[in-house]
Design a protein around this ligand. Structure first.
Ligand SMILES: Nc1ncnc2c1ncn2[C@@H]1O[C@H](COP(=O)(O)OP(=O)(O)OP(=O)(O)O)[C@@H](O)[C@H]1O
Length: 471
């Protein structure tokens, strides 16, 4: 990756006053990190520049010699309807503004407006264009209904629709030079998604992962940017930073939500300027890696409390995926169970054991706060202690009990809904208890210990119920 221009498409600034053009482009760069701009002083050249392609947004003055801004706007709307136009005029006239909006302008500002307002309007247009591009990519995928590179996701076991949609999105944005933000609870597979995105990016370099949680600011800077010899006491050798290690590849920053504020400033500067200084050096180096970040934190909430910088959050969220927790895709549990049984048996040099009947059912009643990582650990634990052909249910039951002591060992309950509320006529208490017991036994594959746990009662209590049912 050789460029780090933002946004991915060009923004053309058109005005006959060179001083205004320069000042606007500097403002956009310093307050919003917008660097992918080009300047045009002659309105007659605008359409030719657009014909050349690559421009997504035009910031247009109205009062210009030769061809007026309003004429240019009309031509753009007809010949390049996909290009957004923001008018930034010296005229504060409502009629002109209305006419421009009717001719297809995305927004209208007066040059004397506060800088913040103008920059905000440009950022809104950029976001809209980015969303449109993503939508186009996504819908072309939906039409074809399949992934172009399913092999990039082979390590991620899933059959869940929301995960498959996420794969589509990751494919759609894989070649974007903008960062990709991956959110989701701990253990859901965010790192696997980052690996898939790296594979799809087409970058030749490697994927370099840095867990930034707990790094103090100096260590963060040293880890990412490296240092020159003699940069500080003890720096006897120069050290390459991870940004350089990741050149032509991907830099994956995990636990980004836990980054200190000073380090957030450094990261923002790196993303905005595409340049950094190794400690002790005044020769800048270019960022030549795609950046992917992940967090289990709620970034908007952290932004709200001031723990996460707003400008960095906006910069990072250009492309964002959320990996759902395992309890929201319970259909994946049997697939993952089988996958980890196979993997654990191979790693531990054992024959793949047969899981007891009802195990997947039992696990799907559990909340998995540690998500896929927790399920994987449970399976490895069970396979490592297992001896016979059939895997024992015991270690799973114990793991669930350890994790849910407050529920007396019972699996964590699904959100409570009254299953009887829609019944016109209620079953008797005895009938309802009977149905419940039969259902639990069915789910537990006939295993009474398990059925009792599912019902939150002791095994003797279940036996008694069964006797009553038979009698
Ligand atoms: N869908 C999946 N298929 C196969 N393995 C998975 C899947 N999801 C997660 N795993 C495995 O679960 C473990 C945790 O995954 P990963 O490290 O990617 O999670 P994470 O979301 O990045 O966690 P953290 O927030 O703690 O860094 C890894 O061993 C990973 O290989």
């Amino acid at each position: 990756m050789t460029e780090n221009l933002y946004p991915a498409f060009g923004i053309l600034l058109v005005d006959d006053e060179p001083a205004w053009l320069r000042s606007l482009s500097l403002t956009l760069e310093s307050s919003a990190g917008i660097t992918n701009t080009s300047l045009c002083q002659d309105s007659r050249q605008v359409l030719g520049l657009l014909d050349g392609g690559g421009i997504g947004l035009v910031l247009l003055d109205l009062t210009m010699p030769h061809l007026s801004g309003e004429e240019v706007l009309k031509e753009i709307s007809e010949r390049h309807p996909a290009v957004a136009v923001i008018v930034i005029s010296g005229l504060n006239q409502v009629e002109t503004a209305v006419r421009c909006m009717k001719s297809g302008a995305f927004d209208y500002f007066v040059k004397t407006d506060e800088e913040d307002r103008i920059v905000g309007g440009v950022l809104r247009a950029v976001r809209m264009m980015e969303l449109q591009r993503e939508n186009l990519e996504m819908s072309s995928r939906l039409v074809s209904g399949e992934l172009r590179h399913p092999e990039a996701f082979t390590g991620i076991v899933t059959g869940d629709r929301s995960m498959l949609a996420l794969f589509s999105y990751v494919e759609a944005v894989a070649k974007s030079p903008q960062p990709l933000l991956i959110t989701g609870e701990s253990g859901v597979g965010k790192e696997l998604v980052a690996r898939a995105a790296h594979r799809l990016s087409g970058c030749r370099g490697k994927l370099v992962t840095v867990n930034v949680a707990g790094l103090d600011d100096t260590v963060f800077a040293d880890t990412l940017f490296g240092h020159v010899r003699g940069a500080f006491t003890g720096a006897e050798q120069a050290r390459r930073g991870m940004v350089e290690e990741a050149a032509d590849g991907t830099l994956f920053l995990d636990e980004i939500g836990d980054l200190s504020i000073p380090s957030q400033v450094k990261l923002l500067r790196l993303l905005q300027e595409g340049e950094y200084f190794p400690l002790g050096s005044d020769l800048p180096k270019r960022l030549r890696a795609r950046v992917i970040v992940a967090t289990h934190q709620d970034l908007p909430a952290r932004e709200g409390t001031g723990a996460f910088r707003r400008d960095l959050y906006y910069r990072l969220r250009t492309h964002q995926v959320h990996v759902p927790p395992l309890r929201e895709r319970r259909g994946d549990i049997p697939l993952l169970l089988d996958h980890f049984l196979e993997e654990a048996a191979r790693d531990l040099g054992k024959k793949k054991p047969t899981p007891p009947q009802g195990l997947a059912q039992f696990l799907s009643t559990y909340g998995f706060p540690g998500n896929v990582r927790e399920l994987k650990a449970m399976v490895y634990d069970a396979v490592s202690v297992h001896r016979d052909r059939m895997l024992s249910m015991d270690s799973f039951v114990k793991a669930v009990e350890r994790a849910a002591p407050q529920a007396g060992g019972a699996p964590s309950p699904a959100p409570r809904q009254n299953p009887f509320s829609g019944f016109a006529e209620l079953p008797t208490f005895g009938d309802a208890a009977g149905f419940l017991v039969m259902e639990a036994l069915e789910r537990a594959g006939g295993n009474q210990t398990l059925a009792a746990r599912l019902l939150g009662i002791s095994q003797p209590a279940l036996s008694k119920r069964l006797k009553m049912l038979k009698g």
